[in-house]
Design a protein around this ligand. Structure first.
Ligand SMILES: Cc1cc2nc3c(=O)[nH]c(=O)nc-3n(C[C@H](O)[C@H](O)[C@H](O)COP(=O)(O)O)c2cc1C
Length: 336
């Protein structure tokens, strides 16, 4: 049964489930599988070394699905930033009109994407209401509200989704989707009830047949508990939620040693390149890699098609079940 929310209508998708951008995971294989399953798949721009490589990846994805898909562009603080305008231009030139933006100072890139003809639909991910309201002023179409449960950059305010989503419903004047901690249809139903138009998932989609990462890592997720994530880099106000392993534990210990004041002391332990190797060599301890608290709820490695249809079924069933709790007063049995 198709859903009818602001997200499904605007993006032309069947199930209001988005696969969020994921560095070293969000390739055409995964994005096309999610879109073919009825959700919105997203290619992660910065997994491609150059804007030209991104063009090729977009073309590859188009050859794998006829359904809508998007591209994530993450703007991270860096001494030598990637050529973001060139990545955005590649997205526009290749005809992509759905973009997930995330990170710092997105104004100029949002302006560039909105100047395309027709303009891009922008889902902007943020972890605070303050940032959400700033993005509204920049003209984004949807906010992707990322609670403290989420994988990756959790922000510095530590507000979980039960509060963040309800607050969004109260004060955010544009549609939003719920991100962080979702893996099933019960979560989708809850998010819809809190005022969201759909959900965004990262960790759950990493643990699917089509995610192009080593099978051992998917099994590590299945074996993990909700307590198996670790927050690092708080000292530098760049807090990231990682899968708890030997390397993240070492990084945490070094960071929290009172003698550590400089980022360079912890840098080798949080290297993104070593994290990338984890996905290739299947050694979960080799480097740090991103995962959310939802690892504790993930118990299998389904195809994206099975996962998305299961989410759809569970959401419909659980919404009907809750609806059935509302009865006519005359149907309430008398007390014994
Ligand atoms: C391995 C991995 C890499 C990620 N990389 C990015 C990224 O490059 N850009 C981004 O905006 N979000 C990134 N995220 C965050 C996801 O897009 C999504 O917001 C997050 O996973 C939601 O939380 P969940 O994992 O509980 O579903 C990443 C998440 C994972 C698991």
């Amino acid at each position: 049964m198709p859903f009818n929310t602001a997200l499904t209508r605007k993006l032309g998708i069947k199930v209001p489930v988005v696969q969020g951008g994921m560095q070293w995971v969000g390739y055409a294989e995964l994005a096309s599988a999610v879109s073919n399953a009825g959700g919105l798949g997203i290619i992660t721009a910065l997994t491609q070394p150059t804007p030209d490589d991104l063009r090729k990846e977009i073309r590859k994805c188009k050859s794998m699905t006829k359904k809508p898909f998007g591209v994530n562009l993450t703007l991270l603080p860096s001494i030598n930033p990637p050529d973001y305008p060139a990545y955005a231009q590649a997205i526009i030139d290749e005809g992509i009109r759905i973009v997930e933006t995330a990170g710092n100072s997105p104004g100029p890139i949002i302006k560039q994407l909105k100047a395309a003809s027709p303009p891009c639909v922008i889902l902007h991910k943020c972890t605070t209401i303050r940032h959400a309201l700033s993005a509204v002023k920049l003209g984004v179409d949807f906010l992707s509200i990322d609670g403290f449960e989420c994988a990756g950059h959790v922000g510095e305010t530590d507000i979980t989704n039960l509060i963040l989503l309800s607050k969004s419903r109260q004060v955010v004047p544009i549609p939003f989707i719920a991100s962080g901690g979702f893996c099933d249809g019960y979560g989708l139903a809850a998010a819809l009830n809190l005022g969201a138009e759909g959900i965004n998932m990262g960790t759950r989609f990493m643990c699917t047949v089509e995610a192009p990462i080593h099978w051992n890592i998917k099994e590590a997720i299945v074996g993990a508990q909700e307590t198996d994530t670790q927050l690092v880099l708080r000292k530098w106000r760049n807090t990231s939620r990682l899968f708890k392993n030997e390397t993240s534990t070492k990084a945490y210990e070094i960071e929290n040693d009172p003698k550590t004041t400089e980022f360079k002391d912890v840098q080798p332990w949080v290297s993104g390149q070593r994290g990338r190797q984890v996905f290739l060599n299947g050694d979960k301890d080799y480097g740090v890699w991103t995962a959310g608290q939802v690892v504790g709820l993930i118990n299998d490695i389904p195809t994206c098609a099975d996962l998305v249809s299961r989410i759809e079924r569970e959401a419909v069933e659980s919404l009907k079940k809750v609806q059935s709790l509302i009865v006519d007063e005359k149907d309430i049995p008398a007390k014994l």
